[in-house]
Design a binder for this molecule. Structure first.
Ligand SMILES: [Fe+2]
Length: 267
């Protein structure tokens, strides 16, 4: 089982602006990987303003992907237009939210809706957290991946933490009671961070346009170096469990090196 994670596309209605070209590159990148992912997760901010025309552009741009694509809303999305364009994906969808379950081979994927209308910060209210607790309680033996837009922990970057998930400790306390949670995947930061979270591992994906590398000497302000865009790949195998890779999105002209033929190193 191979899961690709893209994040923070910020697509506008224009079919060929910089955001569209970046997503087109990301889609081509997924199609040229050595193994085609079984499914794609998009951890929010699919669009820039959450407008109907932007979702139409988004859907047209991901159309070449032959595998299922599952998205959750970010602060730049708007729930109603997103739900009407994409529908409620997966199963066990929570009424009024874009929150659902995807059974993916050996894994249970749980998409959470952290959107808080009118705010850049995110929220998981009692309804959404109660639903999450039920979904985690009903199959405790099945390895689970939670995906959402707002990272449910602080990053130490003051500006981003100011628009982070409200009351993240409540989410962490809930997740810490469910040992089958292998990963919490998020976006919003436009950068790749890995951190402890509720006894499991939080990873965030870079954006499809850039990876931000922040000036860590000045965490009170947000000054970032723009690096190549990237996506995350999460591979599940029975022996190794869930292993995550970062894949830089380049020009598509990748070389293949056959280093070992399965029995011996090649010279
Ligand atoms: Fe965001």
């Amino acid at each position: 089982m191979l899961i690709a994670q893209l994040s923070d596309l910020h697509i506008t209605a224009a079919p060929d602006d910089e955001t569209a070209r970046a997503l087109r590159r990301a889609v081509s990148h997924l199609l040229t990987l050595p193994v085609l992912p079984d499914l794609v997760l998009i951890t929010g901010d699919c669009t820039e303003h959450g407008e109907v025309g932007e979702y139409a552009t988004f859907l047209a741009l991901i159309e070449p992907l032959p595998m299922p694509v599952y998205a959750v809303p970010g602060n730049h999305d708007r729930r109603a237009p997103m739900l009407s364009a994409l529908g409620q994906p997966g199963t066990q969808g929570l009424d009024g939210f874009m929150q659902y379950v995807v059974e993916a081979g050996p894994l249970r994927l749980i998409g959470l809706d952290t959107h808080l209308p009118g705010h850049d910060a995110g929220e998981l209210c009692e309804t959404r957290l109660g639903w999450l607790n039920e979904r985690l309680s009903e199959v405790p033996e099945r390895p689970c991946v939670i995906f959402m837009h707002h990272p449910p922990t602080p990053s130490g970057l003051k500006v981003m933490d100011g628009i982070g998930l409200r009351d993240p400790q409540v989410f962490e306390a809930l997740v810490s009671r469910h040992l089958q949670v292998e990963r919490v995947l998020a976006g919003h930061l436009h950068m790749a961070i890995t951190r402890r979270c509720g006894g499991t591992l939080l990873m965030t994906a870079p954006g499809t346009r850039h990876t931000w590398l922040p000036d860590l000497g000045h965490p009170e302000r947000l000054s970032v170096q723009l690096q190549s865009p990237a996506c995350l790949l999460h591979s599940w195998t029975p022996g190794a469990g869930l292993v995550s890779f970062t894949s830089v999105i380049g020009d598509g002209l990748y070389q293949t090196l056959d280093l070992h033929d399965g029995t011996a190193w090649r010279s």
